[in-house]
Design a protein. Structure first.
Length: 223
């Protein structure tokens, strides 16, 4: 079961995080970066999934400085509230909190990967270039990947996109990544939309989620 812990960011602010130890032999650590909705039941489920796969997992609460314990529903009001929190969070601050999670996990074992969804997918892509010491990064449907495609990853990265995502043009993003990093795999999942890893019935695509997780696990295992 995931527990709530506190970590100090680069500015010494103590933010909360969900933490779950690896079940069975520990393969490494993984930082799980939330969607815009906070550390909700879907993030908790993902943390526990990674723990069950042998990875000590930690999911930082990215919006604690603005509103400790922030949670939003997956409706129009929740989306707007989450977007506002994301826009109010400086990128340098977010990278500092990810680095604090990296240090926490590295103290317990060398290999640390990062995976993120939606807002977290963008942060995972950026962290791969901005946070040294990560072993691998998996970015799910991050809206900033296209604009940040020129960033140079410091570790192996993969990108996952839903073909029917109305807000992220999968082929355009894939072309932008390929222009700068032709060896970075960009996987487009037919029939899947935005948030396909999230088990909300309106968004979940079990086939895409299972395949993307398998690919991410293979990336982490090989790192």
């Amino acid at each position: 079961m995931a527990e709530v812990i506190a970590l100090a960011g680069a500015d010494d602010f103590r933010f909360t995080a969900l933490h779950a130890p690896a079940i069975g032999p520990r393969k490494g650590g993984v930082i799980v970066i939330q969607e815009i909705f906070g550390l909700d039941r879907h993030v908790r489920a993902d943390v526990e999934r990674w723990a069950a796969l042998g990875y000590e997992a930690i999911a930082p609460a990215m919006f604690d400085r603005i509103e400790p314990g922030f949670l939003a529903e997956h409706d129009d009001a929740g989306i707007q509230a989450g977007i506002a929190k994301a826009r109010a969070t400086p990128m340098e601050q977010a990278m500092g909190d990810i680095a604090a999670c990296r240090d926490f996990l590295k103290a317990r074992g060398e290999k640390v990967g990062i995976v993120g969804y939606c807002y977290g997918g963008s942060l995972s892509w950026i962290a791969a270039a901005k946070v040294p010491g990560l072993a691998a990064a998996s970015s799910y449907y991050g809206s900033m990947v296209q604009a940040q495609a020129a960033l140079k990853p410091l570790c192996p990265v993969i990108v996952h996109l839903g073909r029917t995502d109305p807000g992220i043009p999968a082929d355009v993003v894939a072309a932008a990544v390929a222009t700068h990093h032709p060896n970075v795999p960009v996987h487009i999942y037919e029939g899947a939309g935005h948030g396909f890893n999230n088990e909300d019935p309106a968004r979940y695509n079990a086939e895409a989620a299972t395949l993307a997780r398998r690919r991410t696990l293979e990336l982490f295992d090989a790192a």
